[in-house]
Design a protein around this ligand. Structure first.
Ligand code: HEM
Length: 190
């Protein structure tokens, strides 16, 4: 029997959390006004800051060698500047164990795929684009799919044991939970 890859396990075992994010995004109606979109961009900024904090772990670096091309907090910050908002500093960052940190990064990298739809909404509803207001939703310069496939390949190439895979999946569930909490209190982010 063919062994299920870690990337497939991540997709299937976090599918209900993805569905929940979709519902939360729908409920938050983030493209209906510039103010709501600004709050959404704040949530993106805080999430990306948390994710990029995990890039500093040497074990994470060893598995994902192209981390310097990933992460979008700098782009979210530029969007926020354009939207007239300065996020809080310092904000609190969680320490996440390895390999759970890889699951958190999975959530962030996967969200770049759905962001293709969100980018179109930001264009259509608010007139933003990759140079103005919606930089954080734009594709990576190399293209969304190419960068995504390289990420999932790196996870699969790591040949984790089932126990280690379980920890990565646990991390992804925590990452979804974290972003879900941001979405649930999106109106009060500052
Ligand atoms: C309205 C909001 C969203 C929509 C419409 C959406 C849509 C999508 C779509 C269409 C894909 C699959 C792309 C493909 O396989 O070609 C995808 C993948 C993914 N999205 Fe979302 N998404 C949304 C929100 C989010 C959020 C908020 C997160 C997490 C913060 C997220 C995390 C992911 C992840 C991790 C994957 C990769 C799944 C896999 O392993 O293949 N998404 N999304």
């Amino acid at each position: 029997m063919q062994k299920e890859t870690l990337s497939l396990r991540l997709k299937s075992e976090t599918a209900s959390e993805h569905e929940r994010m979709y519902q939360l995004m729908h409920a938050a109606n983030v493209f209906s006004t510039k103010e709501k979109y600004t709050q959404f961009t704040l949530s993106q900024y805080y999430f990306q800051k948390q994710i990029e904090h995990l890039f500093l772990n040497p074990k994470v670096m060893a598995i994902i060698p192209d981390l310097d091309t990933r992460g979008r907090s700098d782009l979210a910050l530029l969007d926020l500047k354009y939207l007239g908002v300065t996020p809080q500093t310092p904000y609190s960052l969680k320490e996440i164990d390895y390999p759970q940190a890889l699951g958190w990064i999975y959530v962030s990298e996967g969200s770049t795929l759905g962001a293709a739809f969100l980018f179109k909404e930001a264009q259509k509803m608010l007139g933003f684009n990759e140079n103005l207001g919606a930089r954080n939703l734009a594709a990576y310069p190399e293209g969304r799919m190419k960068v995504w496939k390289r990420f999932t390949q790196a996870l699969n190439d790591a040949s984790f044991s089932i126990e280690q895979q379980n920890l990565v999946i646990q991390g992804a569930l925590e990452g979804f939970e974290y972003f879900g909490e941001l979405l649930q209190c999106i109106g009060s982010l500052e």
